[in-house]
Write a protein that binds this ligand. Structure first.
Ligand SMILES: Nc1ncnc2c1ncn2[C@@H]1O[C@H](COP(=O)(O)OP(=O)(O)OP(=O)(O)O)[C@@H](O)[C@H]1O
Ligand SMILES: [Mg+2]
Length: 340
């Protein structure tokens, strides 16, 4: 593999770039700051995120990849171009770039991604399915004639797939993922305590004290918000127990979606999954107790991948080496450019 081959996980929450053999070289939020007066991109990634809530109203911090789809093509292109240029320092040999695209992406959206990657200097572009990349990045040899189940819980979507012999056998994608947990925590605190908190605070509560296995973990955290009764700032102590009402229905929805995939899985492969267990990847896999809850619901062993957030990017970079051996989920998208 050439040293300048690049794997990109184009995620709703963050864009992660990995190089085979070197690991992750860039991890930045998928946020763009735009000046609406001039229609100009001011900053991307960390720099753009730092501007959120601190800018005059003609500057907006936008997430161009929302809920697993590309809601703004121009800004997505700008994000990709700037990030690829950051990691690709040799201008002598153009890199081959593999991009992991959300499962629900349309042809037009993926064309926009391919165009952006080529504009950023790639000589060849490959598109990879997220569950295949997640499986490879978590250490599974997807080429084996044996069934593996992967549940990738990202920010915008949870992708569930059964993979065997380098291809997806059964798969589904649901819009319940990390961001949904944050939204539900915000709603719960409004209803239960009449306190409004921001999404960042909700995310902190989720990461620090939320748990999906009642009785196995207990903690509390003080947050600052605004009272809906007085309109004034208020401090509030939230406990793990308070949050069950918000997180458990969502954990149930993820379990139900995985259950449906298992139901449709051919018996031989279901047997393999019974022996091998289910692999959880994506940032949402780190929610406390979610692995145990899913194991209890699906009656199989559930493991969290060693580096869940980086699995997709690492698997995408790896695809540039083993892609030829995959049945599906890996395609050379460079010829598409010739159509335009
Ligand atoms: N320790 C943690 N506990 C719970 N959730 C976490 C933790 N760390 C990160 N997350 C959540 O993981 C989500 C981001 O995961 P990830 O980076 O896999 O998403 P993504 O790939 O950008 O999204 P998608 O795959 O949907 O496009 C966020 O909702 C974040 O809050
Ligand atoms: Mg992802």
């Amino acid at each position: 593999m050439a040293q300048n081959d690049i794997g990109i996980d184009l995620g709703t929450t963050s864009i992660i770039v990995a190089l085979e053999g070197k690991g992750v070289v860039l991890n930045q939020p998928s946020v763009v700051a735009v000046d609406h007066r001039k229609d100009q991109v001011l900053a991307v990634g960390d720099e753009a995120l730092a501007m959120v809530g601190r800018t005059p109203n003609y500057i907006a911090a936008v997430r161009p990849l929302k809920d697993g789809v590309i809601s703004n093509h121009m800004l997505t292109k700008e994000l990709i171009c700037r990030f690829v240029n950051k990691v690709y320092d040799s201008h002598l040999i153009k890199p081959r770039v593999a991009v992991c695209v959300p499962a629900a992406i349309t042809g037009i959206e993926s064309d926009a991604v391919v165009e952006a990657v080529v504009a950023a200097g790639a000589r060849q572009v490959f598109l990879i399915d997220e569950p295949i990349a997640a499986a490879i990045g978590s250490g599974i040899d997807v080429r084996e004639p044996s069934g593996h189940m992967v549940v990738d819980i990202g920010g915008g979507t949870t992708d569930i797939a059964v993979i065997s012999m380098g291809g997806k056998v059964r798969a589904t994608s649901v819009n319940v993922a990390g961001n949904t947990f944050d939204d539900e925590i915000v709603k719960l605190l409004r209803l239960k305590f009449s306190v409004a908190i921001g999404l960042r605070t909700a995310e902190e509560l989720k990461k620090e004290i939320a748990c999906c296995r009642p009785g196995t973990f207990a903690d509390s955290m003080e947050v600052k918000g605004r009272s809906l009764l007085t309109g004034l700032p208020q401090r509030l102590t939230v406990t793990t127990e308070d949050l069950y009402e918000a997180v458990m229905p969502l954990a149930e929805q993820i379990a139900a979606a995985a259950h449906q995939v298992l139901e449709k899985t051919p018996p031989e492969l279901a047997g393999d999954i019974y022996t091998d267990g289910v692999m959880l990847t994506g940032g949402g896999a780190m929610l406390k107790g979610l692995d145990e809850y899913l194991a209890q619901q699906l009656k199989v062993r559930v493991r969290v991948a060693p580096d869940p957030i980086n699995c997709v990017a690492l698997g995408t970079a790896r695809c540039l080496v083993i892609g030829e051996e995959l049945e599906s989920g890996f395609q050379d998208a460079t010829p598409r450019l010739g159509r335009r």
